[in-house]
Design a binder for this molecule. Structure first.
Ligand SMILES: [Zn+2]
Length: 150
């Protein structure tokens, strides 16, 4: 990422930067394939996270970004194998791991919800008498503490 657009990029991605910054960043993106890909990856990542968060599919990109993105897609399919050797591929791997983590987080949250409605306080107390308590997840620990207080 080039210093020229690094400042104000967060605002740019959030659609919150002032017109001068926007013009400066868009100007640089037009000339610089490297930064364009980077910004594209960031936008892709944030729209993927939006997809995970909301049941609706993300709105299709419009205007300037759609054109840029179509051009990048074209370049990507033309140079698929060389793309494997580029740093952008590493970013895709990082993106995949982030998504895996996000999904793991969702699984853990739903498991905690099961615990919260699952075992009764008696079951938890019995388990504590039987054996040394296994390491607990934070949610379960809170539940145990809460049930002791009743
Ligand atoms: Zn650049």
């Amino acid at each position: 990422m080039h210093q020229t657009i690094q400042d104000g990029l967060e605002d740019f991605l959030a659609d919150a930067c002032d017109p001068l910054d926007r013009a400066r960043i868009e100007g640089h993106l037009r000339q610089c394939v490297e930064c364009r890909r980077e910004v594209d990856t960031m936008k892709e990542m944030s729209s993927l996270f939006e997809t995970l968060r909301s049941p609706e599919p993300p709105a299709p990109p419009i205007g300037f970004y759609a054109k840029v993105s179509a051009r990048i897609e074209q370049q990507r399919s033309e140079s698929f194998w060389t793309a494997l050797l580029e740093p952008a591929f590493g970013k895709r791997l990082a993106l995949a791991s982030l998504l895996a983590l996000a999904m793991l987080g969702t699984v853990l949250i739903s498991r905690e919800t099961e615990y919260a409605t699952g075992p009764t306080p008696e079951m938890i107390l019995a388990a504590e008498h039987d054996a040394p308590a296994p390491p607990m997840e934070p949610g379960q620990m809170l539940f145990t503490l809460a049930s002791h207080r009743q």
